[in-house]
Ligand binder design. Sequence first.
Ligand code: GLN
Ligand code: ZN
Length: 763
Amino acid sequence: MVQSAVLGFPRMGALRDLKKATEAYWADKISQEDLIAEGKRLRLAHWKIQKDAGVDVIPSNDFSFYDQVLDHIQLFTATPERYASQKLNILDEYFAMARGRQRAGVDVPSMEMVKWFDSNYHYTKPSFSDSQTFALAKDAKPVREFLEAKEAGFITRPVLLGPVSFLALGKTERGHSVEPISLLSKLVPVYVELLKALKAAGADSVQIDEPVLVFDLKPEIKAAFKPAYEALGAAGPELTVATYFGDIVHNIDAVSAFSGLHALHVDLVRNPEQLETVIKALGPKQTLSLGVVDGRNIWKNDFSKSLKIIDSAASALGKDRIIIATSSSLLHVPHTLASEKKLPEEVYAWFSFAVEKVKEVAILAKAATEGPASVQAELDANAAAQKSRAESKRTNNPEVKDRLAKITPDLYNRKSGFDTRYAQQRTHLNLPLFPTTTIGSFPQTQEIRVQRNKFTKGEITEEQYDAFIRKEIDYAIQVQDELGLDVYVHGEPERNDMVQYFGERMEGYVFTTHAWVQSYGSRCVRPPIIVGDISRPAPMTVKESKYAASISKKPMKGMLTGPVTCLRWSFPRNDVHQSVQAMQLALALRDEVVDLEKNGIYVIQVDEPALREGLPLRSGKEREAYLEWAVNSFKLSTAGVEDSTQIHSHFCYSEFQDFFHAIAALDADVLSIENSRSDAKLLKVFIDEAYPRHIGPGVYDIHTSRIPPEEEIKQRISEMLQYLRPEQLWINPDCGLKTRTWEQVKPALTHLVDAAKYFREQY
Ligand code: GLN
Ligand code: ZN
C-alpha cells in the first residue's frame, strides 16, 4: 500500500486563532493556561482535519507557539544565559527569546530572527557559546505532543529539526569563537535520548528535517551527517530525513544508503529532475517520500502530472517503497479555501490551501495503491479544473504575450550613460550637495486606517476618500516644507501595502480575505495571487503624485514597487516561469514610470527590497540566471524615461558583497539602502568596484521609536564619507516611515536635515 504523508500543517487556525491567543497573552488579557488550552485545541483540530482526509502519516510537534527552531533551542536547553538567568517560567522564557522582554526589572532584547531559506517565514537563529552544553528538556515537547495526539486517537509521526541543520542554521554567540558544527558530538546524544523517549512513548517513526542539504555545504558540515545518522538510526524509531526547497543531488552521498535511514524525502515540486539520481542512490530497503503536493504555493495539484512522477518512482522502487507527500510543511500556505467568499467564481477550482492539499495527498496515494479507477471522479474533476485554468481568459491575455514577445534588448537601457544623464538631471532638478530625501511613506496614522476601512466598506464615497487623501498629502508637503528637505515624497497615505496596492490596480491578480500565512511569531501576511498575464488598465499612482507635485516647491519623487518585489511578495503562477511574470510586471510598471514623467514627476523611485531574498539558495548557474532576469526586469521597468529624469531604487539591506555586480547593473541613478545598523565598512565595496552613481545609505534606524541625535547622524555621515565621494552621497533614513508617528518623524528629520546642512558647509 502506498502511504500518504503531510510534513507539517499551518498552526494559525482558520481565523488566525493562534495569533489572537498569543497576542492576548502578551497583553495580559488571557492567562497562560488559556493560551496553552488554545494551542491544544488547534493541534487536535488540525490532526482531525488530516485524519478525516484520509492521510496515513500525520505530523506532530509541527505546532509551535512562535517558531519551530526556537522550540528546539529550548528542547535542547540551548537557551542563551541572558534569558536562562532571568528564571522565568518556561513559556515566558520562550517568548523572551522570541521577542525580548521588558517588564518587572527584566530587560532583554530578542534573539536574531532571519528568513527561513527562500521563504517569507522567519526563524530564530540558535546562538552557541564556547561553553555550550545541551540537555534534553524535562517534559520534552515532541514527546508531550505525541502522547497528546495518541490519547486523542491519532498516531502521529513527530517532526524534529535534524542536528546538522540545527547547528548549521545557528551562529556563534557574540564574543565567542566556537564553530557551531563542532558541537555535533555534544548534541547527538541528546537526540538519541529524545528518539528513545519517543520510541518508548509509542512513536515508531520520526521525521527529521535536514533542509540544509539543499545548500552548497562546507565539507565539515557535509561530513557531519554520517556520524550523526549512524547514531540516530540506532536509537529506535524509523527515521525519515526530509529535505525541501531545492534538490539534494550535490549532497546525496552525505545521506543516501546509510543504514540509519529508513526513508528520504525530496521536494519534487521544485526539482522533479532529481528523482532519477535520488532513486539510484537509495539503499535496497530504503523508502522514498515523494514531495509532489506543493507546500509553498496555493495551486491545485495537477494529478495527472503527479501520477506520472509517482508511477515512475513506483516502477523503480515498488509500491511499498514510496510515500506520497507534501513537498514541504504546509506552513507556507493558508489554512483553507473554504474561508474565501469573495474570489471570482472560476478561480475556486484552481486553488488548494492546506486543508485541500491534505486531501490531495490522500487521493494521490489511493490512486497509486488501488489504481486510477478507484478515484476516477476526483481525477476527472481535477483534469477539468486544470483545463479551465489553462484556457481561461483570466490566465491568458494575447496582447500581453504579444508585447512580451516583442521586447528587444534596447528597451533595457537608458538613452545615455550616467555621466550624460547626471549632467542633465543636475540642471533640471537643481539639487544641492548632500541632497536630503525620505524613502516614501510617512506615518500611517490611525485616522488613515479608519478612513480606508470606511471606504472599503462603502461607508464613505470615493470623492470623500480622495479628499481625505489629498488632505494627508497636503500635510506631508507642509511638513517637508518646514523641514527643508530637497526631494519630496507624497507620503503614500493611499497605500494599504506596497504590493497589494499595485496588484489591485493590475489585471492578472486576485486577492483573498482570509489567506494568511505566518511570517514570524504572531505576524501573518496575506500575499496576493498572480493568476494570469499581467497588465495595467490605467495609471496607478499618477493622481496622487501629480497632485503632490502641484503643491510642492521642490522636486516630487514618484514611488513604485518594483517587478521582482511585486512577484516575490505574491503567490506566483506555477504555469509560466517567474521571469515571464517579472517581465510582464515590468512592462506594466514601465508604462506607469513613463506616465509619471509625462505628468511632471522627474524623480521616480522603484523599490526592490525583495531582490536579494529571491537569490537562489545555491550559487552557480541558477543564481546567475535569476540575477539576469531580475536585473533586466528592473531595467525594463525604468529605462523608458528621458536622461533628465532621475531613477532611484531602494533596498532594505546593506549586504551587497555577494551580488554587487547585479546592483550595479540596475543602472539606477540613485540607490537608497538600509545601513544605519550595519558597519559603514560595508560601503567599501562601492569604492573597490569604482561605483560611479549615487547612493543614500540610511543614516538612522526607522524600526524603533528612538529619535537619533544630530551628532549621531553627523557621525554616520562622516563614516560614510570615508567610503563615498561627497557628490555621490544622499542623506536619507533607512526605510519608509509608515510605522512611526509624526512626533518621532519631525525631530528625527530635523536632525537629518541639519546634519546635511552642516556637511554642505564643510565642502
Ligand atoms: N517606499 C516604501 C516605503 O517607504 C518602501 C518600503 C520598503 O522598502 N519596504 O514604505
Ligand atoms: Zn526599505
